[in-house]
Design a protein around this ligand. Structure first.
Ligand code: SF4
Length: 241
């Protein structure tokens, strides 16, 4: 892995766990340091392995990126990823973005003083078009400006396709227990593999070798889990049909 401290021998294992049976529905091994950008390819592969039209995919905030969420929605995966708390404005003592209310019907933000911020600046970035909303005239004479910005006016950024994140936030708000359930589901295979199967570290090195090794590990875990769930006779009968 290429870390900020230089290259290290390490691997990033991604698994999709079936929440009902705790079986591994998909596994992948990468050498990316972060989980950003890994959700769609793992979740979509899991959906295909399960041979279903749609699945829900719950992941932690390390997977929160707009391109991945959009790709999931387009491929039959309904994502649930909590938004990480990243608020440089709040750290500086300014109103956070959450203090500005977005109105989808007018495509405007209402700021803390009740003024309307409209699309003003457009940036074509790798993640999509980023729009900055502003109201220069209102900020110029606003008594709240010291709590808002050191600039002449405040800008609020939003991606043109950010509606997918708004939809996801609404889904998450409607199912507050989902994230706890995710933790329990994903810990089951990792805990079993490390504690009960005695595999705390990889035996092999190099990405292709580790991919092969973990593929066998996941297979062994799933066989063991299936035996626990249905027993050997039922498993043998299912495999032989
Ligand atoms: S400074 Fe501008 S954006 Fe901030 S509260 Fe005042 S009018 Fe609204």
């Amino acid at each position: 892995m290429k870390t900020h401290k230089g290259p290290v021998v390490g691997y990033n294992v991604q698994i999709a766990v079936d929440a009902k049976h705790n079986l591994i529905a998909e596994q992948q091994v990468h050498d990316n340091v972060t989980d950003i950008g890994q959700l769609a390819q793992t979740a979509v592969a899991a959906r295909e392995n399960l041979a279903v039209e749609r699945i829900d995919a719950v992941a932690d905030k390390g997977y929160y990126t707009i391109g991945d969420i959009e790709a999931c929605e387009a491929a039959g995966v309904t994502p649930y990823v909590p938004k990480p708390i990243r608020s440089p404005s709040k750290r500086k003592g300014f109103f956070p973005k959450s203090g500005f209310q977005y109105d989808v019907t007018t495509d405007t933000y209402a700021c803390p003083s009740g003024h309307c911020l409209r699309p003003a600046y457009f940036h074509d970035l790798p993640g999509g078009i980023r729009i900055q909303y502003a109201n220069r005239d209102a900020c110029r004479s606003c008594s709240l400006r010291p709590r808002c910005t050191t600039d002449t006016h405040r800008r609020i950024s939003r991606y043109a396709n950010e509606i997918v994140m708004d939809r996801m936030a609404e889904r998450l708000a409607a199912k507050p227990d989902l994230l706890d359930h995710r933790r329990e589901s994903v810990e089951h295979p990792f805990g079993t593999i490390k504690q009960w199967m005695g595999q705390g570290t990889f035996l092999t090195r190099r990405l292709s070798n580790v991919r092969g090794e973990f593929s066998l590990t996941a297979l062994a875990y799933n066989m063991r889990r299936a035996i626990n769930l249905v027993g050997v006779p039922a498993l043998v009968a299912a495999v032989s049909t």
